[in-house]
Design a binder for this molecule. Structure first.
Ligand SMILES: N[C@@H](CCC[C@H](N)C(=O)O)C(=O)O
Length: 377
């Protein structure tokens, strides 16, 4: 394993919401840590044993990355000793006291499932059997666990590529274990209009609830809009707010346009969903051809707030748009860029950019003070 951003090869060893009434759908082995001892010893982010701080479980060195500006703190934990606590996640993601991010991504071997919250051991073994040796342990900025993160899957795969645990050459796919099953990723490189480190992700099956079953409103804003539930492994309610081309059966809303919405507070969804939800607000902008549509989306994420992008939310939006229009290929603009979503009867595919932007070393005293501030504020 080598440090992200460093050159060199090194020898690598192989190592070993649902909602009632929904409809929808139902490898390769990669290299592991262990062979590249030089990089492993040199990189405190993956130092074995305890973390740098007596009472903390996060590493001293972490990385920052984003997928269309949905940003993450991330680190590798090859020995499963750096499982973050809720207050540590809140600290890392705090944009004022910490590093700042929408969420935390921990890359951990799937076989260490006893260090991974909310992952069933049998499910972990099934994913290993499917070739997914590495698990994306994702947390929202508030410290809550979520089942899946679409943008995070691209960012953590780029990280795995830079660490050298996956080569991504000759069409080799990366099998990434997640709480929502194995996701398979391909590295496409630069793609016009999408970015320079573009990944294609098979996001797997989707389930859609009854059209417009939910009423969604915003605190302090008169009116509401109809929303449709989509399960992408995590829960979404998709609201079509504008239809500039009149391809839908009509948009039932009293809200202002997508750009004017205040998404700083969680939308109110009626009837409420048991585990909460991410809410997407969408404008259909054009149908460039019979097979391709364009839309604009904003999102308020469960456990985070408004984000610049949400991969699972983009897939959920694609599912609703495809169902309303019959068009299955969508370029969807969000505040953080553009992604492509392809909807099939049995799966959704997401194509978009990923970046690792830096390496961050905490100063011990500052980390200690900052987490204490979060603890007792
Ligand atoms: N930003 C993510 C979704 C992260 C999880 C979500 N906030 C939840 O709680 O379900 C994405 O890119 O999919």
């Amino acid at each position: 394993m080598r440090e992200p951003g460093s050159e060199g090869t090194g020898n690598r060893e192989k190592s070993g919401s649902g909602e009632p009434g929904t409809e929808g759908t139902g490898s390769k082995r990669t290299g592991g840590f262990g062979g590249d001892r030089f990089a492993l010893e040199r990189n405190p982010a993956v130092e074995t044993g305890r973390s740098y701080y007596g009472r903390m479980t996060i590493p001293r060195i972490v990385y920052k990355g984003h997928g269309t500006a949905n940003d993450f703190v991330l680190y590798a934990d090859p020995e499963g000793t750096l499982r973050p606590e809720e207050s540590e996640i809140q600290f890392l993601c705090d944009r004022h006291r910490g590093l700042g991010a929408d969420g935390l991504l921990r890359l951990v071997p799937t076989r260490l499932h006893d260090t991974i919250p909310q992952l069933d051991a049998d499910e972990a073994e099934r994913m290993i059997a499917d070739g997914a040796e590495w698990f994306m342990d994702y947390y929202n900025a508030d410290g809550s666990v979520a089942e899946m993160c679409g943008n995070g899957s691209r960012v953590i795969t780029l990280f795995a590529k830079q660490l050298g645990v996956w080569k991504g050459e000759d069409g080799e796919k990366f099998a990434l274990a997640t709480r929502a099953g194995v996701k398979y990723l391909d590295f496409l490189g630069p793609v016009d209009g999408l970015g320079k480190n573009v990944f294609h992700v098979n996001m797997g099956p989707w389930k859609k609830g009854d059209d417009g079953h939910y009423r969604v409103s915003l605190v302090g804003v008169p009116g509401n809009v109809r929303g449709t539930f989509v399960d992408m492994g995590n829960p979404h309610v998709v609201c079509i707010v504008d239809d500039l081309v009149g391809v839908t059966r009509g948009v039932d809303t009293e809200l202002p346009g997508v750009e004017a919405l205040d998404l700083s507070r969680p939308p109110v969804v009626e009837p409420p969903l048991e585990h909460g939800q991410n809410v997407e607000f969408v404008r259909i902008e054009s149908l460039a051809g019979v097979d391709c549509g364009r839309a604009y989306m904003r999102v308020n994420e469960r456990g985070v707030g408004e984000t610049m992008s949400c991969g699972t939310g983009l897939c959920a939006t694609g599912v609703v748009l495809a169902s309303m229009t019959g068009v299955s290929e969508w370029y969807i603009r969000i505040r953080g860029g553009v992604v492509r979503v392809d909807v099939f009867p049995d799966r959704v595919e997401l194509t978009g950019d990923a970046r690792i932007v830096g390496r961050f070393e905490f100063l011990e005293d500052d980390v200690d003070d900052a987490t204490r501030a979060v603890h007792f504020a």
